[in-house]
Design a protein around this ligand. Structure first.
Ligand code: ACO
Length: 379
């Protein structure tokens, strides 16, 4: 029997490798659905925890079911001693995504539950924000703050990070930000997690690998890059157009633009844009929102970009929103990871439910017939 003719798809663009009932992206419309519900509608009416329940269970919770889900998270928010040691003793200049990845990985080493996929997934959702906040405090020389049962995930994070009860609207905004990141089809990090799950490895391993994939600047790293670009424009006193023209001349990509699936625009960016406008109007200091509007206008007019159909993605406006909430710039990507943990865990479960090992092929383009030369005879 001869091998079937291999199909070659570098970057796996448009290759379908799984069925999912979790999220659907229509790049042309464009729209994002979580379990069939428009994510923009959820951002307006629902909460991150309710959306997590919806994605995990396939239906909206009753009030009792949501309370009970919240109770399961509350029971797990505190860090076990082993995980706390990792984050509190991390070097103060450690990369927060590295700390988060290590902390999440350690939740299974120091697991205190029954070790089922659900228990471990709940632990990831509950403990990741606590770990990140504890690292933030430790590197600034402060004691960790224990989570409170009367605060949800978003409010708890801001409370544990700053040591004081957050402004209600700030907590709501962070909640919406987490919700908007909850799942997004088979993006690079989710695919990474599903590949790991397909080997029948555990869900914490899947999430740990996914965090590693999200860290890259072509994926989650762009929200931080956008903010750093704005800070650089502000510092350099250059005008937005000449700064961007310089970037394009140097062959650089403008962070916060472009997406493999969305052609017209990213619906999550629309929601973030509205929130960015709101927080900008209420915050003193540089007008990040107007700067981003200038960035958007410049790229819309720029033929090189326009012709390639490159439009704002979720990362363009999310950075300034986090910045206005007082989240440190190097925590932006970990915030994305915290929100996406819902999708990573749900997608790993979906993989377990109908699994086949993911095992593509590579075309060998190297040499053949190379002879072994004993080490003493090598030049
Ligand atoms: N700025 C300038 N040019 C761009 C940008 C950009 N942001 N994005 C794509 N291009 C150009 C590329 O240089 C390429 O040009 P060429 O055909 O002349 O070589 C063309 O558009 C197509 O780009 P690809 O890299 O082939 O598109 P792909 O679908 O692989 O990339 C990606 C998508 C990685 C998101 C890309 O648009 C990018 O690098 N954007 C900047 C980083 C970013 O914002 N990432 C966040 C993505 S959303 C998320 O993961 C949450």
């Amino acid at each position: 029997m001869t091998d079937p003719e291999p199909i070659r798809r570098i970057g796996l663009e448009n290759v379908v490798v799984a069925d999912t009932e979790l999220s659907h992206i229509d790049g042309e419309k464009p729209e994002l659905l979580y379990r069939g519900v428009d994510a923009q509608e959820l951002a307006e009416k629902s909460s991150y925890e309710e959306t997590a329940y919806l994605l995990w269970n396939g239906g909206f919770p009753t009030r009792d079911e949501l309370d009970s889900f919240r109770g399961e998270l509350d029971d797990r928010r505190s860090l076990s001693h082993g995980v706390a040691e990792i984050v509190e003793h991390a070097p103060e200049d450690a990369v927060p995504m590295d700390v988060l990845r290590s902390a999440v990985s350690a939740t299974s080493v120091y697991g205190d539950g029954d070790g089922t996929t659900r228990d471990r997934s709940l632990s990831v959702l509950a403990k990741a924000p606590t770990a990140l906040a504890a690292f933030g405090r430790a590197r600034d020389g402060y004691e960790a703050v224990e989570p409170r049962e009367d605060l949800d995930t978003a409010a708890n994070f801001l409370y544990m990070l700053n040591g004081e009860e957050p402004d209600e609207r700030h907590a709501e905004i962070l909640d919406t930000a987490l919700l908007l990141h909850a799942d997004h089809g088979l993006n690079a990090s989710t695919f990474t997690g599903r590949v790991i799950a397909s080997t029948e490895s555990d869900v914490v391993s899947a999430v740990t690998g996914a965090i590693g994939a999200l860290k890259g600047p072509l994926h989650g790293g762009a929200n931080q890059d956008v903010m750093e670009m704005l800070l650089d424009i502000e510092d350099s006193q250059k005008d937005v157009s000449s700064y961007l023209a310089g970037m394009l001349e140097d062959g650089e990509r403008v962070p916060g633009f472009g997406h493999r699936v969305y052609e017209a625009f990213d619906p999550r960016a629309e929601v973030f844009k509205k929130i960015a406008k709101e927080v900008s109007e209420k915050t003193d200091g540089p007008d990040w929102f107007s700067m981003l509007e200038e960035v958007e206008a410049f790229l819309r007019e720029e033929k090189r970009i326009h012709e390639k159909g490159i439009s704002p993605n979720v990362d363009l406006y999310s950075g300034t929103v986090y910045y206005s909430l007082g989240v440190p710039v190097d925590f932006f990507v970990p915030m994305f990871a915290i929100g996406r943990s819902v999708g990573w865990t749900a997608q790993a479960q979906e993989q377990y439910d109908d699994n086949r090992l993911v095992r593509p092929r590579a075309e060998y383009v190297g040499e053949r017939g190379v002879e072994y030369v004993p080490i003493d005879e090598r030049e």
